[in-house]
Design a protein around this ligand. Structure first.
Ligand SMILES: [Ca+2]
Ligand SMILES: [Ca+2]
Ligand SMILES: [Ca+2]
Ligand SMILES: [Ca+2]
Length: 506
């Protein structure tokens, strides 16, 4: 399989200052040390300086920083031990540099590389210690080895703090609405029989200490959600007589995406939840100062049984975030459920590639919405929707894959003005090949700090599952191929063989 056309080498794309910062960050990662500067508050940027969303910015320079998961990577000889690559933003977008790989073998990161742990299968960003620099929480395929927190600083991510036992898909958001980021943690998810068993889950209220201790720990579910709580009273919290204990959720659940769907200032969480009788569906848990409330009565989001990609953002610009789900086995449609003060009010758009204005033909196996990212690219206050179409066939190729960008309007999503891009599009690096599955993961981050979110998309199957990532810059109209770049595990000095680099992006 041919390696894609190599973009400008990282060294020609970066200034001296950027190189120095990257080497310093690398040195800190290697030593795991914390400098005094790491604890200083972020300095305010000039009004016209780069201003990426704070949650995306580990080093406080106003450029969003990209995290790429490579859970298949071989680390210290352990197959599938996994790693992540941290790529700091710059005026030219993500600037891959050697030494920004983080694995269980990185000095300062707790734990040891273990075969099939798939470290970096999921992760989340947010300023957990409240010092003004976003932090990174890295999970694994399984809950048991626990999560790892790396701390932001002017020099980039430093240190490594273990969060024992809750390594499965950690999520960061201001779930209790006090203005400080919180950490939602999940233990093992198991299905046993027809009835959902409870799943260990914890809600760490920020700020966290560098030892990983939260300011407070909230019961994951609001007590009003505990079965029998009304009749048994608070005692059930003490003697475990409630089905859903203080730290558990009536699960199992797999958390998928965070946003404020009911606009009350507390972030909400979309989960893939086991309803019982072999049935799974996406549901909303709304955040509050007393824990999550289960909004299952609003009905499933998307189709029951479709474990699809999920993204959250304000597509129609009404101040309430909307939930977008990709297509799955049961339906080939992407759905948008619109938020409201009452949560998911029931209004829903469902569409496939036949949406007027959208280029492309709807075919079986396209996997429309293989990835979903929702954020404002154009700057009009309404979120765009990026959708992977990883199974798209074109030019005689099978499953080469493409990505689409659709605009949000006051009345919802539209195909008008949409774009579809792939590796054979003029200006996009690389050469499309069958089985690349371009669009298997995507994210919208302002990596060049110009106020427009940029698209980062991956083909984790590229080059015999080594994987690779593409960056396309955002403008007031949408995406441009001007300044487009691509990089793979070799560009960050990461393990290459079957790394599935780009399996997860944030
Ligand atoms: Ca940055
Ligand atoms: Ca921080
Ligand atoms: Ca909310
Ligand atoms: Ca941008």
């Amino acid at each position: 399989m041919a390696w894609m056309r190599r973009p400008d080498t990282p060294t020609t794309r970066r200034g001296r200052a950027g190189r120095a910062a990257a080497s310093l960050a690398a040195a800190l990662l290697v030593s795991g040390g914390l400098s005094a500067a790491a604890l200083a508050p972020a300095t305010a940027l000039a009004a016209d300086g780069p201003a990426a969303a704070a949650a995306d910015d580990f080093n406080g320079d106003g450029y969003a920083d990209l995290v790429t998961g490579a859970p298949g990577g071989t680390v210290s000889g352990k197959t599938g031990a996994g790693y992540v690559a941290v790529t700091y933003g710059s005026a030219k977008g993500p600037a891959p540099a050697p030494g920004t790989v983080v694995s269980r073998s990185t000095a300062g990161v707790p734990g040891a590389a273990t075969a099939k742990q798939r470290f970096g299968e999921t992760f989340a960003k947010g300023d957990l210690d409240g010092d003004g620099y976003s932090d990174l929480v890295i999970g694994s395929a399984t809950a048991e080895p626990g999560a790892v927190i790396l701390w932001g600083s002017p020099e980039g991510l430093t240190g490594g703090t273990a969060v024992a036992g809750f390594g499965q898909a950690p999520q960061v958001g201001d779930f209790d609405g006090d203005g400080q980021a919180d950490l939602a943690l999940f233990g093992a998810a198991q299905v046993a029989g027809d009835d959902p068993v409870t799943q260990e889950a914890r809600l760490f209220q920020g700020p966290l200490t560098r030892e990983g201790t939260p300011a407070e720990q909230l019961d994951f579910l609001d007590r009003s959600e505990w079965w029998g709580y009304g009749s048994d009273g608070p005692a059930c919290a003490e003697d475990d007589s409630c089905v859903d204990g203080p730290a558990s959720v009536g699960g199992p659940v797999q958390p998928k995406a965070v946003g404020d769907v009911n606009g009350d200032g507390s972030d909400d969480l979309v989960t893939w939840l086991y309803e019982g009788d072999g049935v799974w569906a996406h549901h909303l848990f709304t955040g509050s100062g007393t824990g999550f409330r289960d909004a299952q009565e609003a009905g499933p989001i998307g189709s029951r049984g479709d474990d699809a990609a999920v993204g959250i953002g304000d597509v129609d610009g009404d101040g309430y975030d909307d939930v977008v789900t990709g297509s799955g086995e049961a339906t080939a449609k992407v759905t948008v459920r619109y938020g409201s003060a009452a949560g998911l009010e029931g209004r829903e758009d469902a569409f496939d590639q036949s949406l007027p204005g959208l280029h492309g033909a709807q075919e079986k196996g396209d996997h429309f919405g293989s990835c979903v990212a929702v954020a404002d690219v154009t700057g009009d206050g309404r979120a765009e929707i990026a959708l992977g179409i990883s199974g798209e066939d074109f030019s005689g190729l099978t499953d080469a894959g493409s990505v689409a960008l659709l605009h949000g309007t006051a009345s919802g999503v539209t195909g008008e003005g949409s774009q579809v891009l792939h590796q054979n599009s003029a200006g996009v690096p690389g050469v499309a090949e069958s089985g690349d599955m371009f669009g298997s993961a995507c994210a919208l981050l302002d990596t060049d700090g110009d106020g427009h979110r940029d698209l980062v998309a991956a083909a984790a199957e590229e080059n015999e599952q080594a994987g690779a990532v593409w960056a396309l810059r955002g403008t007031g109209e949408g995406l441009t191929v001007e300044g487009a770049s691509a990089f793979g595990p070799g560009h960050v000095d990461g393990p290459v063989s079957k790394a599935t680099f780009g399996s997860f992006l944030r």
